[in-house]
Structure formats: C-alpha cells, structure tokens
Ligand binder design. Structure first.
Ligand SMILES: Cc1cc2nc3c(=O)[nH]c(=O)nc-3n(C[C@H](O)[C@H](O)[C@H](O)COP(=O)(O)O)c2cc1C
Length: 171
C-alpha cells in the first residue's frame, strides 16, 4: 500500500524519527517523504505525520496540513523537549488530533523526547541566578540535560517496532 511521510523538523530530532519510519518500510511504496507542501494525496491511503512540539501543540504548517487530509489512515509522531511523562505526551496528541477530521482514522501515535537548543539552557541558568535552588528550575535543567541524549537508539528502535507492529510488515 502506498504511503507518505510528511513532517516538520527544525533542528533534526523529528527527522530522525521520520527516517527511522522510512527505513522499516518498503521504499517502493513511498510516494513522498518531506515537508508538508500541499501535494495531492488522493491515491495514498496512509500518511505518517510528524511534528516538533511548539508551545504545547504542533507548528502551524502541520495544523494546516492535517486539515487537508480526508479518508486517510494517519500515524502521528512527534518529538518534545519535555520527557518522562506519558500524560504530557497524551495531552499533546489530544491537542494535535483536533486538527484531524472525522473522515480519517488515527491508527497510532508515537512521541519521544528531543534535544533543545542551547538558549533554552541559558534561559534556565539566568532564572536560577535569580532564584537559586528553585526546584522547578532545577528540574527543568535536569530535563534539558536528559533531552540532549534524544532521540537515542532506543527511541529509534521503539518507533521501528511500533510501525512494524501497527502495519504487520504490510507496507
Ligand atoms: C519555540 C519553541 C517552543 C517549544 N515548545 C515546546 C513545548 O511546548 N513543549 C515541549 O515539550 N517542547 C517544546 N519545544 C522543544 C522542541 O519541541 C523539541 O526540542 C523538538 O524535539 C524539536 O524538534 P526538531 O529537532 O525536529 O525541530 C519547543 C521548542 C521551540 C524552539
């Protein structure tokens, strides 16, 4: 069955996951791999849509793209700076799913942590200077450090096996 992998990635984290998906599927069935570009998708039934988390949701270009999809099977994936909380990830997915119309079926979703840019750490460090030993800020700095390792080999393995399982090696 034909499929597309459409994703948005600024610093490359989400692209690592997109590439892992591509690597486990039959390349001959891949109609498109890249940024959302308004490509017509009538004869493609399966669309993988990837995003980086932007203020608790997905970027505008992904919202717009999701709104164009009708009668597709959609597999959502994303990377977020915050890690370690399935509830947080579920909240983001719930938010993003609002942009998907009911004619589509969401077959599955995947989210993992993704490293953040250095200015985020600098912002935390500045805050910590103002409020030394503030637990919230210390937690954010620890989260920043954890995120630096992701997506890692386990994340890549996890998305690969989820995709294989979801599509029974049929794509
Ligand atoms: C402007 C901006 C806003 C962000 N907002 C969030 C957020 O609300 N929640 C979160 O977990 N991560 C947030 N992040 C972190 C990114 O989602 C994360 O680093 C992601 O892996 C980047 O993906 P990319 O490398 O594919 O661009 C934000 C990053 C930027 C630059």
């Amino acid at each position: 069955m034909k499929y597309m992998i459409v994703y948005s990635s600024i610093t490359g984290n989400t692209q690592i996951i997109a590439k892992a998906i591509k690597d486990v599927l039959n390349e001959n069935n891949c109609i498109y791999y890249g940024k959302p570009d308004g490509l017509l998708t009538q004869d493609v039934k399966i669309v993988f849509v990837g995003f980086w988390v932007l203020r608790g949701s997905c970027p505008e270009e992904i919202k717009l793209y999701l709104r164009t999809l009708e009668n597709k099977k959609i597999f959502l994936f994303g990377t977020a700076g915050f890690g370690g909380s399935e509830t947080y990830y579920e909240g983001i997915m719930a938010e993003v799913k609002q942009y998907i119309s009911e004619s589509n079926i969401i077959v599955d979703s995947f989210m993992c942590q993704g490293k953040m840019t250095k200015n985020v750490l600098e912002r935390y460090q500045k805050l910590l200077k103002e409020k030394p030993e503030d637990d919230n800020i210390l937690n954010m700095i620890n989260n920043y450090k954890d995120a630096l390792l992701h997506p890692d080999a386990d994340d890549v393995e996890a998305i690969k096996s989820l995709v294989k399982r979801t599509f029974n090696n049929n794509l």
